[in-house]
Design a protein around this ligand. Structure first.
Ligand SMILES: [Zn+2]
Length: 367
């Protein structure tokens, strides 16, 4: 009896202890949940706070610009990261920054409807207000547009013609031609072009790759693109290339090249335009206008060193031209960094985006 009641008592104590430890366990688990919850909301609040600050900074940047007498295009704004956002949200952010937006719908594939898939310029690049940001976003309705829109007669750039000349050719022609109509001074018909100091890539092949990418982008807007060549296996002089543009009645003649210098440290992009002789007087002003737009857009889309626009009086490809003409130097094949970037398909896409955007701006084509 005494033995059994002691056992009972011990049993009660044990079960009380068990109950106590269960209660402690539950309380501990709740505490962990509460702490985790607090941490989650704290992190989320911090992220939202950061986002609000970024937005406020962008607003402030655009407000500062509005308030000042400085031309708006001279105050650079950092491009925010927009990829991964919903297009509606990205639109608000871009507008808040006082920037212009070009929306390009694309069939969504596996992507979530409305999500921003690609942005040009990329995040972090500083651009001037007025330089548009292009966002490619997933749109289930874009399937029909992609198949019929580009070819329809109401495409935004329908009726506009761009002649693209990928610089050089696989085998140079060192025969000579007059540097301009009626000139006694002559120049090589077409030189061999540069080659990559690291990659060994040939300028004529790179120029063709870039040109085809620009062509594709312009055609999305309904622009008619006339190519001076679509292979390296041609023999067309620079004067003849200009005449292709003239005969096409091109609204602009776009020549695509890469640069080279004996100083391997020199890097960056420039855009040449005809200036400084009687032949190019009729096209100089329009060419300069196009050159500035193309140069700015190319710098914005790549973040490359800006070497500006450069007047040239000595190029047969300009002097024989009767339509506005520009020549993009897309980077230095003599510089190891530029050379490697120029061989990178993603970088080529960024370059092509910028060049095409500049051309479209010059043509007055908007979204
Ligand atoms: Zn060249």
């Amino acid at each position: 009896m005494a033995q059994s009641s002691r056992t009972e008592r011990m049993g009660r104590v044990r079960s009380k202890r068990r109950r106590n430890s269960t209660v402690i366990g539950v309380v501990a688990a709740l505490l962990v949940l509460v702490v985790a919850g607090i941490a989650f909301f704290a992190v989320r609040a911090a992220l939202e706070d950061r986002r609000r600050k970024e937005l406020a900074e962008l607003r402030e940047a655009s407000a500062t610009i509005d308030a000042s007498d400085v031309p708006t295009s001279t105050v650079p704004v950092e491009v925010p990261l927009l990829v991964g956002m919903q297009i509606s949200e990205a639109e608000l952010l871009v507008k808040a920054a006082g920037l212009t937006l070009i929306k390009v719908p694309t069939p969504p594939g596996e992507a979530v409807a409305g999500i921003v898939l690609e942005q040009t310029p990329v995040a972090g690049v500083r651009i001037t207000v007025g330089t548009p940001i292009e966002l490619i976003y997933a749109d289930p309705a874009a399937v029909a547009a992609a198949t019929s829109g580009a070819l329809s007669s109401d495409a935004p750039a329908s009726g506009l013609v761009v002649c693209i000349d990928p610089g050089h050719q696989a085998i140079a022609n060192t025969g000579t031609e007059p540097v301009g109509p009626g000139a006694s001074e002559t120049k090589a018909k077409v030189t061999g072009g540069a080659s990559g100091v690291v990659t060994g890539q040939a300028e004529n092949a790179l120029a063709l790759t870039l040109s085809m990418k620009v062509k594709e982008r312009l055609e999305r807007y309904g622009v008619t693109v006339v190519m001076t060549r679509t292979t390296g296996a041609v023999d067309i002089s620079n004067a003849q290339r200009a005449q292709v543009a003239n005969e096409a009645g091109a609204d602009v003649f776009l020549r695509v090249h890469a640069d080279a210098n004996t100083n391997a440290d020199i890097t960056g992009v420039s855009t040449l335009y005809p200036s400084g002789n009687d032949w190019v007087v009729p096209i100089e002003a329009e060419s300069l206008k196009a050159a500035k737009l193309v140069q700015d857009a190319m710098v914005a889309s790549t973040g490359a060193n800006d070497r500006g626009v450069v007047p040239r009086a000595d190029l047969a490809g300009f002097n024989w031209c009767t339509v506005p003409a520009v020549l993009v130097e897309t980077g230095f094949l003599s510089n190891p960094v530029d050379d490697k970037q120029l061989a990178n398909p993603e970088y080529q896409d960024n370059l092509a985006d910028g060049i095409a955007r500049g051309v479209l701006q010059y043509l007055g084509v908007s979204e």
